[in-house]
Design a protein around this ligand. Structure first.
Ligand SMILES: NC(=O)c1ccc[n+]([C@@H]2O[C@H](COP(=O)([O-])OP(=O)(O)OC[C@H]3O[C@@H](n4cnc5c(N)ncnc54)[C@H](OP(=O)(O)O)[C@@H]3O)[C@@H](O)[C@H]2O)c1
Length: 261
């Protein structure tokens, strides 16, 4: 019986590398995606593996359709895919009026378009093995946050996509899950964002912890998991009484503005 195959985007990043370590310890064979090929190769060498070249590192720009087609073709050649983790993401804390067209396009391409295209391309092969798709969203996929309008738009979309696709596929063997970390200590957050979280008393998790939370979702029958009791509570309040969160964030706005790019 061959090892289960997991395709993991954003493997060169903070959360992705720890998800990779967790999955490798469960004997998955990983297809590691990212642009930083040195980081991918370093991770590839470090991961436990059954044989040489067990894990595959693939340099991929998720904003590039030809690169995404290469991933889909490779997996079809391998002939098996048990898990797709759409984890890659970009963000910047920036006033919407200062957001460049390039940043907007990159955010939508990486955070929502790529997960949709990879899911579509790999679904036929995922369906052969009771496959699972996990989309890595954010607490900002449920709470609109100032200076993150583009990021929130992409993560709200990712949450909606995950929910709709899970329901569409509920009479098949494929599961679609949505995982929402809160602020985490990785390179996606600039020093200013880290300082803002400190100023507001917002917790920042380690990526090791977040990867363990990810595994809890993967192991469960649940379709969704959010990290952090406070953030999950705010998401529920935001859904039921958005005005309460409007008012709370209005009070924080002048502080938030001090830390934007
Ligand atoms: N850290 C947080 O505070 C936080 C909170 C909530 C949700 N999240 C979500 O968690 C996920 C992982 O983020 P992280 O915190 O681990 O950030 P990170 O360390 O910056 O990692 C981001 C990953 O995305 C990849 N990526 C970005 N643009 C890409 C592109 N055009 N093509 C291919 N890969 C690309 C990066 O790879 P290369 O640089 O090699 O291209 C990197 O592996 C993201 O979806 C993020 O939105 C993070």
């Amino acid at each position: 019986m061959s090892a289960p195959i997991a395709v993991l985007s954003g493997a060169s990043g903070g959360i992705g590398a720890h998800i990779a370590r967790q999955l490798a310890s469960r004997s998955y064979r990983l297809v590691l995606l990212g642009r930083d090929v040195d980081a991918l190769h370093a991770l590839q060498r470090e991961l436990p593996s059954a044989e040489q070249s067990f894990h595959i590192a693939l340099q991929v720009d998720l904003a590039n359709d030809a690169d995404m087609s290469r991933v889909i073709e490779l997996i079809h050649d391998i002939g098996r895919c048990d898990l797709l983790v759409n984890n890659a993401g970009v963000n910047a804390m920036v006033p919407f009026t200062s957001l460049s067209r390039e940043e907007l396009d990159a955010t939508l391409a990486v955070n929502i378009r790529a997960p949709m295209l990879l899911s579509q391309g790999l679904l036929p092969i995922l369906a052969q093995n009771n496959g699972v798709i996990v989309n890595v969203g954010s607490s900002f996929g449920a709470i609109g946050y100032p200076m993150q309008a583009h990021y929130c738009a992409s993560k709200f979309a990712l949450r909606g996509f995950s929910e709709a696709l899970a329901r569409e596929l509920s009479d098949t063997s494929v599961q679609v899950k949505y995982f929402a970390p809160r602020a985490t200590q990785t390179a996606i957050n600039s020093d200013k964002v880290t300082a803002l979280n400190k100023a507001l008393g917002n917790a920042m998790d380690t990526p090791e912890y977040v990867a363990k939370e990810f595994m809890h979702l993967l192991d469960s029958t649940e379709r969704r998991r959010s990290v952090g009791a406070k953030e999950s509570f705010f998401a529920k309040i935001n859904a039921l009484w958005p005005k309460v969160v409007d008012n709370a964030l209005a009070k924080q706005l002048s502080t938030i503005k001090q830390y934007m790019r």
